[in-house]
Design a protein around this ligand. Structure first.
Ligand code: NAD
Length: 344
């Protein structure tokens, strides 16, 4: 029997994988802890390990997995900034789910913006307490406001369409502009200077780390809103907090946070939070934080389960790994996947 183990498993993951595992002929073992150097030993004897966004797949973890027989890590997510690709290369193949529902994430970004701008989060609490006052709940029309979208891949493009539906002016920045779509590209500086709201839809790389920082915030209009549903470390949280305190920023919608790993996805309501920056950010009336949940729709979970299991089946059947990624991907001659059908 083909055996797969999962790390960082939650009940909503199990629901969809349990429905499909028999169709893919795999036996599944679910582990609750996150994958990292202290938990990697649990995967002993599993050739295939399924991991998630906040697992720590560093060199030490990879070496332990490899020694214990793991040869494939199937990321059940799109992003892979938590994987040390150089350490994995030649030892463990890494596959991912490149697309499961750009709609889920783009719609969540807009849900956050609408909630924050129209103070729905505050109105909900008030009316439950029969407080029907409107004081402090004034928002603004999105119509004719300028939305700056950073990253015009799958999610960014869906988000642009949603914004256009609201009658917004949309400008965008992407180092690899997509000519097939009607997108008004501008430079990053122009985007910072002209946007009323900025939404991040690019990956976390060494180039995008802390792209929202005190310097770039200083270029922005007063009262700008920032939406981050991509990766926490795109934003320098300390600079974000300072700008919120100085009332330079009008608000922040955050589905991700740079130090989220030990907090998000867990019930921390009975624990003293030692992250003063997050605690202060959450205390702001003009901030909404969700716990990296933008992907969480039925359609996305179903697609994640289907693609992850199909990625695993390709590995077990010695087929080309269609969704494999490595540090050589896209690097001209160094990228051998096209001929080899696998990265190594
Ligand atoms: P994608 O690969 O389709 O698009 C990413 C785009 O970013 C590409 O067009 C790329 O050219 C662009 N880009 C690369 N470097 C850039 C830079 N320096 N500045 C601006 N743009 C740059 O990815 P996607 O599916 O649209 O996902 C976008 C991001 O959303 C992912 O990287 C992931 O971090 C995040 N995500 C979050 C959740 C969630 O639940 N919150 C779920 C899925 C994805």
């Amino acid at each position: 029997m083909r055996k797969i183990c999962f790390f960082d498993t939650k009940p909503y993951d199990k629901t969809y994988f349990d429905l499909m595992k028999d169709d893919y002929g795999v036996q599944v073992e679910y582990f609750e802890p996150k994958l990292g150097k202290r938990t990697a030993f649990m995967a002993k004897g599993f050739e295939v390990v399924v991991a998630f966004v906040n697992d720590s797949i560093d060199k030490e973890t990879i070496d332990i997995l490899y020694e214990n027989g793991t040869r494939l890590i199937a990321m059940r997510c799109a992003g892979y900034n938590n994987v040390d690709f150089k350490a994995a290369y030649g030892k463990i193949h890494i596959v991912r789910v490149p697309e499961y529902s750009p709609y889920a994430v783009a719609e969540h970004a807009m849900a956050l913006l609408l909630s924050l701008n129209r103070k729905i989060h505050r109105a909900y609490i008030r009316t439950r307490d029969f407080n029907f006052s409107l004081n402090g709940l004034t928002g603004f029309d999105l119509h004719k406001k300028t939305m700056g979208v950073i990253g015009t891949g799958k999610i960014g493009r869906v988000f642009i369409d949603i914004c256009k539906g609201f009658g917004m002016k949309v400008i965008a920045y992407d180092p690899y502009p997509n000519k097939d779509f009607d997108i008004n590209y501008v430079s990053l500086n122009e985007l910072f200077e002209e946007s009323d709201i900025i939404s991040l839809h690019c990956p976390l790389t060494k180039d995008t780390f802390h792209m929202i920082n005190s310097d770039t915030i200083s270029k922005m209009k007063d009262g700008v809103y920032i939406i981050n549903t991509s990766r926490g470390a795109l934003v320098d949280s300390e600079a974000l907090l300072e700008a919120l305190k100085a009332e330079k920023l009008g608000g922040a919608c955050l589905d991700v946070y740079e130090e989220e790993t030990d907090l998000f996805y867990e019930d921390m309501s009975y624990v003293v939070i030692h992250d003063d920056i997050l605690a202060r950010i959450i205390s702001m009336p003009n901030v909404i934080v969700t716990s990296h949940q933008a992907f969480l729709t039925k359609e996305a979970l179903q697609n994640i389960a289907e693609t992850t299991l199909s990625n695993c089946r390709e590995y077990f059947d010695n087929k080309p790994l269609n969704n494999e990624v490595c540090y050589q991907c896209g690097k001209g001659d160094k990228c051998i996947r096209e001929n080899n059908k696998r990265c190594f």
